[in-house]
Ligand binder design. Structure first.
Ligand code: COI
Length: 366
């Protein structure tokens, strides 16, 4: 038995410790995976069952599995941080569990309870604890990125909710999401594509949202930009989010604004934490609609002094430039912005156990 009802099938051929250390020294993002994965099966007749930690490896899926045709799939992103005493912690995993259930409801998938969700993280991390990087310094923000996901695995081509579903967690040691570390990124403003429409799946963390962002991301790369920003689908006027991150606008008078959650924006855990940390720091956080013209004019006049993106993978990353068909607006100084830098440090200090967890955000995994 592994943790909390998860049975264990150990990997008979785990990665050699020397190879693992080489990977941990330079993991990049999402390229390497640990020796095990967690799995729980669901069927309409039996509900959730067969919780196990088993060797990491390819899945056997019937070619007619509905996820391959109709994208009935959801996922999460959470990091496991090693503290100085060797213990391993995650950040607000109950928020991820709640969002996973909200995503499941929208995608007509079965809901997984918080206890099993967090239990699956604990079971996997306990087994693969040697894969959780030990940061060498405060500048080293390596961690073990946990990726829970749920797929519709029934062999059936009719369009209806699958009667067979599999939930997995895989784990990948990671360093910073962007290749250049935390230097400011450039953002392409898509005028061709929208990410989400009212009543759609924008608030859910489902693969389809990310698939739909890729053509826009290609457009961004063709314009030498790192990421793409999406506007709302109704008026093409209101700023929503990037391909996989929320946005914040820092005003020089102390206001810090992020687009309000209207159902088309992902309810980011980092976004919510930044709002709290900003309040704690005496800033004036505002969740409200912000138009692309307010962004343009504010950045041009200096009223907006910094813009940053945030997410579990990206933490807090400054936005250097907003680039459109006929525009290039500087949003944040080349060395990043002070407010974003300070919030980033506060967040990382809590996550890595270097400062007091006054909000009770950490859960011990191992
Ligand atoms: C995360 O931040 O964890 C995500 O899932 C977004 C993706 C860009 C990696």
């Amino acid at each position: 038995m592994a943790t909390a009802g998860f049975s264990l099938i150990p990997n008979a051929n785990p990665t050699d410790a020397r190879v693992r250390e080489e990977i941990l020294a330079n993991p990049g993002f999402g390229r390497f995976f640990t020796d095990h994965m967690a799995h729980v099966r669901w069927t309409a007749s039996d509900g959730w069952h067969n919780a196990e930690v088993r060797p990491y490896g390819p899945l056997t899926l019937d070619p007619a599995a509905s996820v391959l045709h109709y994208a009935q799939e959801i996922f999460e992103g959470i990091k496991a941080y090693r503290h100085a005493d060797g213990s391993v912690w995650s950040f607000r995993p109950e928020k991820n569990a709640a969002r996973f259930r909200a995503s499941a409801r929208r995608l007509a998938l079965p809901e997984l309870d918080t206890e099993t969700f967090i239990g699956s993280l604990k079971a996997l991390v306990a087994q693969d604890i040697g894969w959780v990087p030990t940061p060498g310094s405060e500048a080293d923000e390596s961690s073990l990125y946990l990726r829970p996901f749920m797929i519709a695995s029934e062999k059936f081509l009719g369009v209806r909710p699958s009667k067979e579903v599999d939930y997995y967690v895989i784990a990948s040691p990671v360093a910073s999401y962007f290749k250049g570390g935390i230097k400011p990124v450039s953002i392409w403003l898509s005028s061709t594509y929208n990410r989400a429409a009212p009543g759609g799946t924008g608030f859910a963390k489902c693969g389809g949202n990310y698939a739909a962002s890729l053509a826009a991301q290609k457009e961004a790369e063709a314009h030498q930009c790192d990421q793409v920003a999406f506007l709302d689908a109704v008026e093409n006027k209101w700023v929503e989010e990037l391909g996989g991150m929320n946005l914040f606008f820092v005003f020089k008078d102390g206001r810090i604004v992020t687009p309000a959650l209207t159902g088309t924006i992902l309810e980011g855990v980092t976004r919510d934490s930044v709002l709290q940390l900003a309040k704690d720091a005496g800033l004036k956080p505002e969740e409200r609609p912000i138009s692309i013209d307010e962004w343009r004019e504010g950045a041009a006049s200096g009223e907006i002094s910094e813009v940053f993106a945030c997410g579990t993978a990206a933490v807090i990353t400054p936005v250097g430039q907003l680039v459109g068909e006929n525009e290039r607006i500087t949003c944040t100084a080349e060395n990043g912005g002070e407010v974003g830098r300070s919030l980033r440090k506060q967040l990382l200090d809590i996550q890595y156990g270097r400062s007091e967890d006054t909000h009770g955000w950490l859960t011990r995994l191992a």
